[in-house]
Design a protein around this ligand. Structure first.
Ligand code: SF4
Length: 167
């Protein structure tokens, strides 16, 4: 699974046009929900905030995985011209490919690969992408993305043996 972080509200807003964008939101229900950067609640919060700031948010859809052809489960209304994506960068790229006639605005950035333990309610960054190298071994709380109290809940050594990257 991919660990991700939500972009700051201002970084999302600056890519939207109050006068011209008619918006639908599409969210992925998998990795980004587990990482707390996406999911139905975040979509609702973001939609309400954008609407209260005067943006024309029409509706929103959750799809099981935004990185597969199932993305076409989302039926977009006729007058919509902008998709706000609550998916990782792979999911957003798939959205862009699947709906090339729409403007696409991302709300989430990728950090790297993670493992998750639902019993301990914690996830751990195991193989970050190059720009997020400093995140290796860090732990976050499941479904909220808040920083865990420590980084020792989940082992990382087996992963280090396979990848040679984790320390
Ligand atoms: S689109 Fe991204 S967040 Fe959603 S399932 Fe695929 S890899 Fe995970």
């Amino acid at each position: 699974m991919i660990f991700t972080k939500a972009l700051e509200y201002e970084d999302i807003r600056k890519n939207l046009d109050k006068d011209n964008d008619v918006i639908t939101m599409i969210g992925c229900e998998t990795c980004v929900r587990v990482a707390g950067s996406g999911g139905q609640e975040r979509m609702k919060d973001l939609a309400l905030k954008l609407r209260s700031d005067g943006y024309n948010v029409k509706d929103g859809f959750m799809v099981p995985t935004a990185c597969t052809p199932k993305i076409f489960l989302a039926k977009i209304a006729r007058n919509v011209n902008t998709i706000v994506s609550l998916a990782c960068e792979a999911g957003s790229a798939n959205l862009e490919r699947s709906y090339p006639e729409y403007k696409l605005v991302q709300t989430i950035k990728d950090v790297g690969l993670m493992v998750a333990d639902t019993d301990k309610k914690v996830l751990k960054v195991t193989l970050p992408y190059q720009v997020s190298d400093n995140e290796v071994g860090r732990e976050f709380k499941l479904f909220t993305g808040e920083r865990n109290e420590n980084d020792n809940s989940l082992p990382i050594m087996e992963m280090a043996g396979v990848t040679g990257v984790a320390k």
